[in-house]
Design a binder for this molecule. Structure first.
Ligand code: MRU
Length: 349
C-alpha cells in the first residue's frame, strides 16, 4: 500500500480520512492542495507529512518559476512559510522543508532555473526513497529485540500509511512477524480520529498479521491480564533528552506499561529528532478543533456549547521509554548521551 505516488507532475495521496471504507487517491497538482491535505489529515503521520511537503515544495517552485531571481525567491519563501504553517508538532515536516530550502540556498545563484527545479525534484525523490530505506533498516534493528513470539500493543498509526512505505512501529512489527516472532498486535482505536481502528487495524489485516482492536481505555486491563509483552509506538518529535511527542494517549500507554513492567519502545527515524529542543517541554503541541471531540464520525456525541480540550499529541518523558529504535540502532537510556552520539553519526554521513 502506497501513501503517496509521484508521477513527475502531481502527487497522488491516499485519502486517509476515508479509510478503510473508501480507497481513494487525491491527485494534487499544486502545493496549496497538498498543504490543505496535510491540515485535514488526508495525509498524516510524521514521515509522510515530511515527504508530501517536499513534493509540495517542488510544485510550488514550478508554480512560481519566475525568471527574475528575486521574485522567484520571494515566492519560494511564501510556499515554504505556508507549508510550515500546516501542522506544528511533527518535526519531519520542518526537517524536509529545511532540506528543500538548503537546495535553494546552495544553488539558486549558481544555476539556471530549469536545473534548479530539477534539483528540487531530485531532492524530494531522495527524501521519499530514504524514508523507505530507513524504515526497513529500523525494522531490522527493532525486530532483533524479540527472540521469541510476543504480543505487541501499538497506539495510533505508525505504519506504511504514516510513512512513504513500510512504517516505523508497524515496520518493526512487520519484520518481527516475518521472522515468526509476532503472536498478535493489539491496536488502540486512538480517539478522537481513530487512526488505530481505521488505519492500523486495516493495514495489519491486509498483511494477515493477527490484530485485535481495543478502545483506548482497555489498554490497562489488557496489560493487567498479561496479554501484552511489549509496546511499540511511533513519534512526531523527540527532544535531545529522549522525551517523545506522539499521538495523544501515548503518555497514558507509557505510564500503564511502566506500572505493569512492560517494555515501551519508540520507533522513529533520525529525522524525527529535534536536537534544538533540550526537553519535551519545548515541543509545540497542536490543538485541533472541538468538532473532533463533540462528534463521533460526524454524529453529535456531546451537548451543544460544551467546553472542549483537544490536544492532538502528548509528550512521554524519557524515563518511561525502554528504547528508541532508529536506523542507526536502538538507543537506550541514558538518552542525552545516546542522542548526542546519534547526532555525531548523522553528521559523519
Ligand atoms: O495526527 P497524526 O495522525 O498525524 O498523528 C500521527 C502519529 O502520532 C504517529 O504515531 C507519528 O506521526 C509517527 S508516524 C510513523
Amino acid at each position: 500500500m502506497q501513501s503517496m505516488l509521484w508521477d513527475g507532475q502531481s502527487l497522488s495521496l491516499l485519502n486517509q480520512t476515508k479509510l478503510p471504507a473508501v480507497v481513494e487517491y487525491l491527485k494534487c497538482t499544486d502545493y496549496e492542495r497538498i498543504g490543505e491535505a496535510i491540515k485535514k489529515l488526508e495525509v498524516r503521520g510524521a514521515p509522510a507529512i515530511g515527504a508530501a511537503a517536499a513534493f509540495a515544495f517542488v510544485l510550488g517552485a514550478r508554480q512560481s518559476a519566475k525568471s527574475d531571481r528575486l521574485l522567484f525567491l520571494k515566492d519560494i519563501e511564501s510556499v515554504d512559510g505556508y507549508l510550515r504553517s500546516t501542522r506544528p508538532t511533527a518535526v519531519n515536516l520542518f526537517w524536509a522543508l529545511d532540506q528543500m530550502m538548503n537546495v535553494i540556498k546552495e544553488q539558486s545563484d549558481r544555476i539556471e532555473l530549469p536545473n534548479l527545479l530539477n534539483l528540487l525534484e531530485q531532492k524530494a525523490l531522495f527524501i521519499a526513497a530514504e524514508d523507505k530505506r530507513v524504515n526497513h533498516t529500523m525494522a531490522e534493528f527493532g525486530a532483533a529485540l524479540f527472540k521469541e513470539p510476543v504480543s505487541i500493543l501499538t497506539h495510533c498509526n505508525a505504519g506504511a500509511l504514516a510513512t512513504v512505505e513500510w512504517g516505523t512501529a508497524l515496520g518493526v512489527i512487520r519484520q518481527a512477524f516475518s521472522e515468526g516472532n509476532i503472536k498478535r498486535v493489539f491496536a488502540d482505536e486512538t480517539r478522537p480520529l481513530l487512526q488505530g481502528a481505521r488505519l492500523t487495524a486495516f493495514e495489519l489485516q491486509q498483511d494477515h498479521i493477527p490484530v485485535t482492536l481495543i478502545t483506548d481505555n482497555m489498554a490497562g486491563w489488557v496489560m493487567k491480564n498479561k496479554m501484552v509483552d511489549a509496546v511499540i509506538v511511533g513519534a512526531d518529535r523527540i527532544a535531545a533528552n529522549g522525551d517523545t511527542a506522539n499521538k495523544i494517549g501515548t503518555y497514558s500507554v507509557a505510564l500503564l506499561s511502566h506500572m505493569h513492567q512492560i517494555p515501551f519502545y519508540v520507533a522513529a527515524p533520525a529525522s524525527t529528532f529535534d536536537f534544538s529542543m533540550a526537553t519535551g517541554e519545548q515541543i509545540p503541541i497542536e490543538e485541533r478543533g472541538e468538532f473532533e471531540v463533540t462528534h463521533f464520525q460526524g454524529i453529535q456525541s456531546a451537548p451543544d456549547g460544551i467546553a472542549v480540550f483537544n490536544p492532538a499529541f502528548d509528550v512521554t518523558p524519557n524515563q518511561y521509554i525502554t528504547g528508541i529504535i532508529t536506523e542507526y540502532g536502538v538507543l537506550k537510556p541514558n538518552y542525552q548521551e545516546e542522542i548526542k552520539q546519534l547526532k555525531d553519526k548523522m553528521e559523519e554521513n
